[in-house]
Design a protein around this ligand. Structure first.
Ligand code: PLI
Length: 475
């Protein structure tokens, strides 16, 4: 059969101009940002792959819905629409809106965790673990070993290792376990999915011991796509059905609407138990806002109600994951070390392999993110030791994965942007031996990766200018 080309299932109705920058401008901007891509000004960035969180392009239907925002303090019409969308797509009975995912994580952690309890999960996420620890819990990683190996091609690297989970229950007893935190399309592992078989087995094991399971549904739709694509028996099922089936196994979820749900702000906690929902609403009014807006404006809720329904459209999700795969395959063909298999929301460069001349203490992933920015104005994110932070004794945690994430916002960039991105990564790959490590000069106490500052260990830059080409991006 002849190969046919693929294109995004949308056309562009409004454009946002991008600013081209010179190498000199980027040099200055990066130094001012302390070599931390989080601290760059967005106007100094050309292609922004820092995150897929809140960076999606909304559809014309969503923009139109903004004008129908009902900004009543209490009982906004948009709240009821959003509640209905959540029930139709995710299936939980109780809906508690929050300003974004971490608002929901705070509520859940405060209500479910008693100090000293364990919270097993399939790899940590920064804000999730932070809230679990704030509530006195102790996170325990129970993801399969393959998830920690960037070169393993296991198709469901998000899976929970049932032996590790059983071991934790045997060692401490079910009563010491607050709940299992089950993330779909595991972010820190490279956007790697869980299989339906594993989700069901994990939930069964927990429920046999009376341990509740709360889903982090942030990228559940993307996970559903991989189940359809890779897991025997699911190819003919609709994405909507798969999402419902995942959720049906669990007792509730936290959700950052800023990812799958195609909005710039918003989130929710959803549960099935009425008493827990009542307690959550009570806590919500102290921290987020009234229980019928939870930190969102009426118009935000209107846009999210539509975004939730658009997120499960087959054409959308196929092209969303397809665009990520396109970029990943270009890098694979060039021999760039990336996390395998290609994940759902971004490409993760294996910085430890990419910059194998740098010791972990010199934060290779942070240095690589800085070098990519210098090369082309491409903004990426460190997901390694800086993100992992320190352990209870105050020592740096050096996780096995030292990654740089190229996260693709939904419906924002075209295939041409993916080509420019791939070429920049390949350029730095060719010059990798010239990349210099970093030392941390400022370290915030909480979630340090957001605001930490660095300087090069030698010289005044992470990537010398000499051989950098004056490319199409006027670098
Ligand atoms: O950024 P929030 O507060 O809406 O959501 C927090 C959050 C929870 N779970 C997962 C898996 C996330 O990926 C997540 C946020 N992720 C960000 C900001 C990211 O850049 O990946």
């Amino acid at each position: 059969m002849k190969k046919r080309s693929w294109a995004e299932p949308w056309k562009i109705k409004m454009v946002e101009p991008l600013r081209m920058t010179s190498r000199q401008t980027r040099e200055r901007a990066l130094a001012e940002a302390g070599y931390n891509t989080f601290l760059l000004r967005s106007e100094d960035v050309y292609i922004d792959l820092l995150t897929d969180s809140g960076t999606s392009a909304m559809s014309d239907r969503q923009w139109a819905a903004l004008m129908l925002g009902d900004e009543a303090y209490a009982g906004s019409r948009n709240y009821y629409d959003l509640e209905q969308a959540m029930r139709d797509v995710y299936g939980y009975s109780e809906f508690i809106p929050t300003h974004q995912g971490r608002g929901a994580e705070y509520l859940l952690s405060q209500l479910m965790i008693e100090p000293g309890q364990f919270v097993p999960g399939n790899m940590y996420f920064t804000t999730t673990r932070y809230h679990q620890e704030l509530a006195g819990g102790r996170f325990v990683d129970v993801i399969v070993d393959e998830a920690h190996d960037p070169s393993s091609t296991f198709p469901f690297k998000g899976n929970v290792c049932l032996n590790k989970l059983q071991g934790l229950i045997d060692e401490h007893g079910a009563g010491k376990i607050a709940y299992l935190s089950l993330e779909t399309n595991v972010n820190m592992a490279g956007g790697q999915p869980c299989s339906m078989k594993n989700i069901k087995a994990t939930c069964d094991l927990c429920h046999q011991h009376g341990i509740p399971v709360f889903l982090d549904a942030t990228r559940c739709v993307e996970n559903a796509w991989f189940i359809k694509d890779r897991e025997p028996g699911w190819a003919d099922r609709a994405i909507a059905e798969i999402v419902r089936e995942i959720c049906a196994c669990t007792d509730g979820c936290t959700m950052s609407g800023k990812k799958d749900s195609l909005v710039n702000i918003g989130g929710f906690l959803a549960v099935n138990e009425t008493k827990l929902a009542e307690e959550a609403r009570n806590l919500l009014v102290c921290h987020e806002g009234l229980h019928t807006y939870g930190g969102m404006a009426g118009r935000d809720m209107a846009a999210m109600a539509i975004g939730i329904r658009e997120s499960i459209e087959e054409d959308h999700i196929r092209s969303r994951v397809g665009q990520v795969r396109y970029l990943g395959q270009r890098l694979q063909h060039a021999g760039v070390p990336i996390v395998q298999p290609i994940g759902g929301h971004g490409i993760y460069l294996d910085a430890a392999a990419f910059l194998d001349h740098l010791p972990r203490e010199e934060f290779p992933a942070q240095a690589l993110a800085a070098a990519l920015y210098l090369d082309s104005g491409l903004r990426t994110m460190e997901r390694g030791a800086v993100s992992a932070g320190r352990d209870a004794e105050g020592n740096n945690i050096f996780p096995r994965l030292e990654l740089v994430r190229l996260t693709i916002p939904r419906r924002v960039y075209t295939q041409a942007h993916m080509d420019v991105t791939a070429e920049s990564v390949m350029e730095v790959w060719d010059r990798r031996r010239e990349v210099v490590g970093l030392r941390m000069t400022h370290e915030p106490v909480r979630l340090r990766f957001f605001q930490a500052m660095f300087s090069p260990t030698v010289g005044g830059t992470v990537l010398p200018a000499e051989s950098s080409p004056e490319s199409a991006v006027e670098c």
